[in-house]
Design a protein around this ligand. Sequence first.
Ligand SMILES: NC(=O)c1ccc[n+]([C@@H]2O[C@H](COP(=O)([O-])OP(=O)(O)OC[C@H]3O[C@@H](n4cnc5c(N)ncnc54)[C@H](OP(=O)(O)O)[C@@H]3O)[C@@H](O)[C@H]2O)c1
Length: 244
Amino acid sequence: MLGGGSDIAAACVAALARNGLDRVVLAARDPEAARRTVASATDAVEIDPVRWDALEVGAIEELWAGTTRAIGTPDLVLCAVGSLGHHAGRGMTPEQVDTMARTNYAAPAAALGYVADRLADDPGTGRCIVVLSSVAGVRPRRSNFVYGSSKAGLDSFAQGLGDALVGTGVRVLVVRPGFVRSSMTVGLDPAPFATDPEVVARAVARAVARERSGVVSVPPVLGPLFGVLRNLPGPLWRRIAGDR
Ligand SMILES: NC(=O)c1ccc[n+]([C@@H]2O[C@H](COP(=O)([O-])OP(=O)(O)OC[C@H]3O[C@@H](n4cnc5c(N)ncnc54)[C@H](OP(=O)(O)O)[C@@H]3O)[C@@H](O)[C@H]2O)c1
């Protein structure tokens, strides 16, 4: 789990454990906190917490070497790294925009590109990369376009990576949740179709079990809905999105 302290990642560990996952490496800036979060979600997995900061781009090599030494090549790599804050629109400093863009796009993309090549070297009977994207990347809003644009970059990267891996035995699943009640959204008004980490996790576990690749929206209604919303004229979209 890249970004192993994430609430959605912890719920995914619990859901995947019900399908047989028995060991997980949590790569997190605060590995002890990540271990506690996952341990509170499930006691069915052995947990290896490891310190890892996605913004230290070269650190993925050491993380990968340590992981494969400990558990061999993982069957599944999930990326939950992300940062929203309570403001992701106008008025951010250049440093804040840069950090948000790197955290949500450049750093996860760098790690996933490396991981994909290593998995393709040893695909076993079929391994999977799960990337937590967001509907915010499908059509960014006035209040979150820095976050939304960086998730759009990661989403596009992950889809292209999935295409590039066809035939290698490694597949990529891009998961686009809407608003999820997690640490990331504490204090924010829930958007329509708001959901919980466990719901996202069940969708992930189901898609992994069915060996799905491509894009999955959670809840599913958001797929066709954002297919329409992304094509609305700007004035209408701004009315619908309001100040959100
Ligand atoms: N919550 C939502 O409404 C929602 C909706 C759609 C998509 N998503 C996506 O789902 C993913 C998980 O989000 P969540 O809701 O579970 O929120 P979360 O609990 O805040 O998880 C985000 C995780 O990213 C980690 N992270 C941030 N910067 C990092 C870095 N430089 N290196 C390593 N890890 C870093 C955070 O670690 P720290 O604990 O150290 O800060 C945190 O554990 C994110 O990619 C998010 O964009 C969330």
